[in-house]
Design a protein around this ligand. Structure first.
Ligand SMILES: [Zn+2]
Ligand SMILES: [Zn+2]
Length: 1008
């Protein structure tokens, strides 16, 4: 093959061919624009376009054909009859503008082709254009004209050479200022990162604006490689980075038109795509060629092709063949059909114009066959492959069937525009950013965070999360489909409007909910759900980790009871659940005060920590905090469980009653500390990170922080108390059939949100339900009614098929615990007097850490004969007496300070008159024989007392849990009935009334 210099300058090339007329030995030079000459299919495509052009609607520059470099078929398609495969090689279709000029130009050269100075004189005689085969000698006039044109052509050539000389000088300067050939810069293209679940299944890609995945050349099907080579750079394997003919051709063609056009090899395109700006200038082109040749000396052809195919832009946000195959076809590279390979290769020349998805699904216009644009282009690539002998004729024919390529209507990875498990993924991304900051020794500033996020989006990392997608989905589904959310007290609060910066409003349905599930054995976070419905946008408010809504009584186990027990108490330790001032608990008047119990009642006198926790008594929790723990200690324990100051209201109120805004995440983790035997494990959402080369740069468990917060014995005791809170306390709605469950309800003051935090033998989890703007739920809403059932709902689904497993395995003695029976009032070792306590407090048997159990017998109880009516030492005239243990408040006891104060009545009410009056108090009602039978005595004293007692009994019934305290409830009810009957009698005797009152008093105290 020879090349005519003139033609080369014109970007046309010549081809020597044998004259079809059979002029043996005569060679003819052709001048064919390379793209028209490339292959036959091209012509078929051109015909198709020609047909389309018949439609007045078809204009390539139509509404959405705005791509400047858009390829346009040549409607004047005219090519050699024979096809030389070599012709296909430098088909570089990036040329539209000026094409008409070129064809005009072509006619000119056709008429004067024999002026080529590149040919020996004698050959010129025979040289004729094949377009207009001259079978006879030209006439004289024509001969003159041809000579004139020849002279003109020579002049043009000379001028052109002079220009080239000047350009060479400039080019030298350009080369000297070319960017350094930084091989790393090519390898370091932005790469998509991947996020996987705990089982290694892909959850989502995490990427910047460029969606790029680097795969090795071995992973790319040969057909795919050949499709690109055939259509973009057929001489790829033989040139040295630059195809001189193309460069010159493109250069001159640019001189002759207003646009700058490419003539780039794959190597040059790689340089252009990766190292240089996409600015169209001669400077860039020269630098590009210079660098391409350098690149070829350092890289193998396969390395260059691999880089090229990994970086080439293929439409949408696909960079590289991997993401394009995934995006267009939902396939990995190995699954691509031949036609799909060809379609990808055909797209790269004008990714917008040829975008298969757009042409097949999006672009629509009456009478315009957009799919044909992609299909013709694809057929053209196939033809080139066939002509270059990369595929057989049969393969070629088969691949022409459009059905062998299936373009997806939507990118499978961005079908909803949103990744799955958004709140979890976003939490994990934040954790990855923390990790990258740490690995790069960077300060935690917002600028650095942004930089690290960008690094994640473009660094090609592989991040494995701890998420259990089945658990995550279960929680998401349950929260989304739950039909028993509490109502809002004010129905207007049902929709919460927030104003956006652009003046629009977002409306959120209320109440909202958030939940977290943690595998406390490992610290792995299994689910994070930050809203009732799945987020439809990225980075929406994640209530599970970002909100600061008070958790109510759910805080008590972690801020009060566990610390109290760790500091030496036992579940049997006694606190006073009585309306008495607590030292250090300031009321609004600045004086010592106490918090009311929920509903304003439920004062129960002395009670154990266990009972106080199980029944969620506020007054007792406050007492426990102030007398057994202290604010500073409580805060220190919360810190140790991973709760930071921003989420701690470091006040008696905030710590014992839960006005601290602890997140569901922190709660799930803190409850997990108890379930994990007292050892805190940093919650992790990221199991591991490897970089783009597969090197592990982070092992989540290796780096995980662990430390002991509570001794194992403390953990065991508190978990045991929390089990009871679920089996018979406020958390009964959280029971899961066949599973051990422990947990604690929480209700904000005024029902502004409800909470449940708990654990099973497998997971810990915390759930919040409430209003985003802290509005009140209906007055019936409690953690027990409105949070525990929802928690139960998703947790029971999560535990389906799991066998029962204890939270802390082993027996109490394994944890160094002993069971001791103690007095329920003094907390000291129980005596017979304690057991027969007149007030019904009795004794309790519970765990103590061995060595800390009480050693002294109860100092408060003594056995006395007392009057059933007055509760005081019986006089000889008392009609009904019992022998019971009665209480004395020893001097030095904290309660002793209330004797003789306004709170003395409280002591009498909850501890009995004897506690205050002691031995000096003898029954005042029955002072003589007559008093025992006096109707006056009955009417004036006993019946009013009985009525007061009845009203107290009714109040107690109202505050009781009928289900869990059924026996006591019915005992009180029947005692009420009996007393009411007795006082309704015409003339009840003292003994009758006193006996009925005694029965009721005992029923109310739990003695029946
Ligand atoms: Zn006692
Ligand atoms: Zn009496």
């Amino acid at each position: 093959m020879q090349f005519c210099l003139l033609c080369g300058l014109c970007y046309f090339r010549m081809k020597m061919r044998h004259d079809s007329a059979g002029e043996a030995g005569n060679s003819t030079f052709l001048h064919i624009p390379p793209r028209r000459a490339s292959c036959r299919l091209r012509r078929k495509g051109a015909e198709a376009v020609k047909k389309r052009n018949d439609s007045p609607d078809f204009v390539p520059e139509n509404d959405d054909f705005s791509y400047q470099d858009g390829y346009q078929d040549n409607p004047q398609g005219d090519s050699p009859d024979e096809y030389d495969p070599n012709w296909a090689d430098d088909d570089d279709p990036v040329e539209v503008a000026g094409q008409a000029d070129m064809f005009a130009h072509e006619d000119f050269w056709n008429a004067s082709a024999d002026d080529s100075e590149a040919l020996p004189e004698e050959e010129k005689v025979y040289k004729r254009s094949i377009f207009k085969p001259e079978m006879k000698k030209p006439n004289f006039v024509l001969s003159i004209a041809v000579n004139v044109i020849r002279i003109f052509a020579v002049l043009v050539l000379v001028a052109g050479l002079a220009a080239v000389g000047a350009v060479v000088g400039i080019a030298k300067g350009y080369m000297e200022t070319a960017p350094t050939l930084d091989l790393a810069a090519i390898d370091d293209q932005a790469q998509t990162s991947f996020i996987y679940d705990a089982n290694g299944n892909l959850i989502t890609e995490y990427k910047g604006s460029e969606n790029r995945v680097i795969v090795s050349i071995q992973a790319m099907p040969t057909y795919l490689q050949h499709a690109f080579i055939a259509v973009e750079d057929a001489r790829f394997y033989t040139h040295n980075g630059v195809d001189i003919k193309r460069i010159i051709g493109a250069f001159v063609s640019n001189l002759s038109s207003s646009s700058t056009q490419g003539g780039s090899t794959i190597t040059q395109q790689l340089i252009k795509n990766t190292l240089l700006s996409s600015e169209q200038s001669y400077k860039r082109k020269i630098q590009e060629a210079y660098l391409a040749m350098q690149l070829e000396t350092r890289y193998t052809k396969d390395q260059i092709l691999e880089s090229y195919l990994n970086t080439i832009y293929l439409g949408e946000n696909y960079y590289g063949v991997y993401t394009a195959a995934q995006g267009y076809f939902g396939k990995s590279l190995g699954e691509l059909t031949l036609r799909e390979c060809a379609m990808l290769a055909g797209t790269c020349n004008s990714p917008y114009y040829y975008n298969p998805r757009r042409n097949f699904y999006t672009r629509q216009k009456e009478g315009v066959d957009y799919p044909a644009i992609t299909n013709d282009r694809t057929n053209y690539v196939l033809r080139c492959m066939y002509e270059n002998q990369y595929i057989t004729y049969e393969q070629y024919q088969e691949a022409l069937d459009p059905a062998t390529a299936h373009v997806l209507e939507k990118d499978p990875n961005t079908a909803t525009g949103m990744y799955a498990y958004a709140h979890y993924v976003e939490y994990a991304v934040d954790e990855v950013i923390d990790i990258l900051l740490q690995l790069n020794n960077l300060e935690d500033t917002s600028a650095n965070r942004n930089a690290m996020e960008n690094k994640l989006r473009t660094g090609g990392y592989h991040v494995q999360l701890a998420i259990d997608t089945s658990i995550q989905s279960t929680v998401e589904d349950t929260l989304e489909n739950w039909t028993n959310y509490p109502t809002l007290r004010d129905p207007a609060d049902k929709v919460y409007r927030t104003r956006n910066s652009d003046g629009t409003y977002d409306e959120t349905v209320e109440p909202q909910a958030a939940a977290v599930v943690v595998d406390y054995h490992t610290g792995e976070i299994k689910a994070i759900v930050g809203s009732r419905t799945r987020p439809t946008a990225m980075k929406t408010f994640n209530r599970a980790v970002d909100m600061t809504m008070p958790v109510g009584s759910s805080i008590k186990p972690i801020a009060v009871y566990a610390p109290a027990i760790e500091l030496g108490a036992s579940p049997a330790s006694i606190v006073m659940n009585m309306p008495l001032p607590i030292s250090g608990w300031r009321g609004s008047n600045g004086q010592d005060s106490w918090p009311r119990n929920y509903g304003g009642s439920s004062y129960a006198g002395p009670e154990t920590l266990r009972k106080a926790l199980v029944n969620s008594h506020n007054t007792a929790a406050a007492q426990a905090l102030m007398t057994l723990v202290g604010v500073d200690n409580s805060v220190a324990f919360l810190h140790a469980m991973g709760i930071d100051d921003a989420h701690i209201d470091a006040t008696p109120f905030g710590l014992s009653l839960g006005s601290s805004g602890i997140t569901p995440m922190q709660m799930a983790v803190a409850f997990g500390v108890l379930a994990n035997g007292g050892v805190y494990q940093q919650p992790i959402s990221v199991l591991g990170i490897s970089d783009s080369t597969g090197k592990v740069i982070w092992d989540g468990h290796q780096q995980q922080e662990r430390h002991r917060v509570f001794s194992e014995s403390t953990a065991y005791m508190v978990v045991d108390m929390l089990k009871q809170a679920v089996s018979s306390g406020t958390g009964t709605n959280a029971k899961i059939k066949g599973q051990t469950v422990a947990g604690k309800t929480g209700t904000n003051s005024d029902q502004k949100g409800v909470f449940f935090a708990g654990m099973t033998g497998y997971y810990s989890s915390a759930l919040w339900v409430g209003h985003d703007n802290y509005k009140a739920l209906s007055s019936k809403s409690t953690g027990s009614r409105s949070a525990a059932p929802l928690w139960q709902s998703y947790m029971s689904k999560i535990h389906q098929g799991l066998s029962n497993r204890d939270i802390l395995e082993g027996s109490a003695s394994d944890y160094g615990l002993v069971k001791v029976t103690t007095c329920a009032v003094s907390g000291q070792l129980a005596t017979d007097a304690c057991r027969s306590d007149a007030m019904g407090y009795g004794v309790v048997t519970d765990y103590w850490k061995a060595g800390t159990e009480p050693t002294v017998s109860c100092q408060m109880h003594t056995t006395q004969t007392i009057c059933s009516v007055s509760g005081l030492l019986a006089s000889p005239y008392c009609p009904d007496t019992v022998t019971r243990g009665v209480l004395t408040i020893p001097s030095g006891h904290p309660l002793a300070s209330f004797i003789g104060t306004e709170y003395e009545d409280v002591l009498i009410e909850y501890l009995g008159s004897y506690a205050v009056l002691g031995a000096s108090g003898t029954c005042p009602y029955h002072t003589s024989a007559s008093s025992s039978g006096s109707n006056t005595m009955v009417e004036n004293t006993l019946i009013p007392d009985a009525k007061i007692l009845l009203s107290q009994a009714y109040a107690q019934l109202q505050s009781m849990d009928i289900v869990n305290d059924a026996q006591r409830y019915s005992a009180i009810q029947s005692a009420i009935t009996n007393l009411e009957y007795v006082i309704s009698l015409p003339a009840p005797t003292t003994a009758e009334v006193a006996s009925a009152m005694g029965q009721l008093t005992q029923a109310m105290a739990g003695l029946y």
